[in-house]
Design a protein around this ligand. Sequence first.
Ligand code: SF4
Length: 388
Amino acid sequence: MPDEHIDQYLDFFSLFFLLSDSFVSQKMLPIELSQLQNALLNWFAEHQRDLPWRKNYKAYGVWISEMMLQQTRVATVLDYYDRWMRALPSIPSVATAEEGTIFKLWEGLGYYARARNIHRAAKQICEQHAGEFPNDYEAIRQLPGIGPYTAGAITSIAFEQDRPIVDGNVIRVLCRLLNLDADPKAGSTQKKLWQVATDWLPKGRARNFNQGLMELGATVCYIQQPSCLLCPIQPHCQAYIHQTTAKIPRRVQRKAPTPVTKAVLVLVCENKVLLRRPEQGLMQGLWAFPETLVKEEEPLVELQAEWQRRNRPNFQLQTNWPTLTHVYTTFLATLHPFYCTLTSIQDDFTLEAEEQWHPLPSLQKLAMAKAHGRLRQSLLNQNDQDSS
Ligand code: SF4
């Protein structure tokens, strides 16, 4: 067939892919689909990374790894997974652990709602499923923090059920295979991709096929400059054929995080430090130094004024530490930390709700919000310096 005819043939199929709702399963020739599936499965068998949760595919390990991997890279998760499994080797051990222990094991991974949900789900599994992870998709969906992706991952990877999964890596691979130039987060695109992921699943091979798609996205089909020459499914990739890999999947501009400025008080007295532990909000359950919203210009003056307004004793500034920034989900915080002391804790020093004096020597044992964990390290260094 002359080249221009091949191009017309391919263009026809690309157009068809974009217009049809369940386009691929019905129109991809069975032989081509089977070639794609085999190529991916063979590639995964040979190139998969040696990851601890792949050793025995126990549901507990798959679940914890999937929860940790949301918004987090594999390289970061490995140490966390290892520490978690050594400390909490079973679902009942999670259910009976203190929330502080759970948060300490999660400290630094961010998005702490995930840890809280694991804790709640473990309790639910113990109450309703005798401590055994359920293998029924609908029962899994009833657990806190488990949506269609995580339920699909657990049922297919741990229990080898024919369930599809669509995560960020799979979205990228499928959009490129289909040359699908659409907002990947849009509901209509998601619907199409879930349909394709369902239709392309080889019966009885979901564990490796799903992992193969994710592994390919993570190690070959990169966001920038995919390694198409090493890709096992390149002959089936419409974006490669049409040289559109640089613009697919379509990038959608995210709203910039809102900037906020805070003064943070690292207040030490009698070998104790003043901390607070919010019971709600983004940092719920995590320890933090008290902080006050300020304007950029005079954070210390504003902090002192706030302290006075609350009738609290004057602290003595020792030093202001370097400013640090931290991105939370929707805002960018600039923190101005001030290391201060009080000579003694007077009887009339009233602690506010959520506040507590905590002994300096055991500060490391607490789970702290990430930016505050960095300030804790500065405080411990300062303390070493002062006492040497
Ligand atoms: Fe991704 Fe390139 Fe493979 Fe297509 S050929 S799936 S763009 S790595």
